[in-house]
Design a protein around this ligand. Structure first.
Ligand code: GDP
Ligand code: MG
Length: 298
């Protein structure tokens, strides 16, 4: 007779430098889009909870902003959020990108994660980009430098080796019943998801500094259930007049494309027809103003 599997449940923090693929992994593991993804660094600003419920475990994943050095108030808040998330977790998954050797910034980051004193798992992501004969020396090097740490190579994008990662995490979670309803996959409201998706489309569309000094806030969100329709009015806040011009674009075409991309994504996520209306406003200095940051949920 095999021993019954003990149910486990706990908080799993995803740590790592910006752009290594934490949000991509979170979405894959949850099976739903809960965190926005872009090829630009520092896309994730808030702590995002993604829930995965399996037979033997419920995983409460926390995606936090990457650890990086603060230059301004917005960055300082993002770093505080990252640190608080690590302090709450039962297990930490430190993610690095597959590369030839462990680079000094990753070594420092993993050192910081190890110092939190929780079980640490190192996920080497983006192995789809690396030849196998480059991966093995990296694993060896990590195993030597971090002897008590489990190392799991994955590709979040291609969903490679994620079952293995889940099992390694499961074994380190506390035994206990599920803490969240089984059909829930995030603690974000539809309003918050809408803000994040619009921000993602701005990140994907705009170059240079514009996305980094942009906030999105939903001014009105209304359901028209008989038409299976959701109406969203979003305010996009930028720091400078010139940013507003770039964001809107010639003949309003950038803003229009951002709105359309957000609508299509939200229709998939929310399972309804969605109507998105956007307004752009200039608020000089919002990224340094504690009250404004609080208004934008930061
Ligand atoms: P985060 O800043 O750590 O949350 O990183 P994101 O999840 O936003 O991903 C940053 C970029 O890396 C995006 O362009 C992703 O599509 C890409 N990415 C994430 N995981 C993988 C992977 O396994 N393989 C490859 N090739 N790209 C990936
Ligand atoms: Mg992210």
């Amino acid at each position: 007779m095999s021993k019954p599997v003990e149910h486990r449940c706990g908080l799993v923090a995803l740590g790592g430098r910006t752009n290594v693929g934490k949000s991509t992994l979170l979405n894959r593991l949850v099976g739903q889009k809960v965190a926005i993804v872009s090829p630009r660094p520092q896309t994730t600003r808030r702590r995002i909870l993604g829930i995965r419920t399996d037979r033997g475990a419920q995983y409460l994943f926390l995606d936090a902003p990457g650890l990086h050095h603060p230059r301004q108030e917005l960055n300082r808040r993002m770093l505080d959020t990252a640190r608080r998330t690590l302090a709450e977790a039962h297990v930490i998954v430190g993610m690095i990108e597959a590369g030839g050797r462990l680079d000094p910034a990753d070594r420092a980051m993993l050192g910081e994660l190890a110092a939190v004193g929780k079980p640490l798992i190192v996920a080497i992501n983006k192995v789809d980009l690396l030849r196998r004969d480059y991966l093995l020396p990296l694993i060896d090097q990590l195993a030597k430098e971090l002897p008590n740490v489990e190392i799991v190579p994955v590709s979040a994008l291609r969903a490679d080796n994620l079952e293995e990662l889940l099992e390694v995490i499961r074994q380190r979670l506390p035994v206990g019943p599920p803490l969240m309803p089984e059909d829930e996959y995030t603690d974000q409201t539809e309003r918050m998801l809408a803000e994040e998706v619009i921000r993602e489309k701005i990140f994907l569309k705009m170059r240079e500094e514009v996305p980094f000094s942009t906030a999105v806030t939903i001014e009105s969100f209304s359901d028209v259930p008989e038409k299976n329709l959701k109406r969203i009015e979003a305010l996009i806040v930028v720091e400078r007049e010139s940013h507003k011009g770039m964001l809107i674009g010639a003949g309003g075409q950038n803003l229009k494309q951002i709105g359309t991309a957000a609508r299509l994504e939200l229709e998939k996520m929310l399972g309804a027809r969605v109507f998105v209306q956007t307004t752009v406003k200039v608020e000089p200095g919002w990224t340094a103003d504690p009250r404004r940051l609080a208004d934008y949920g930061l």
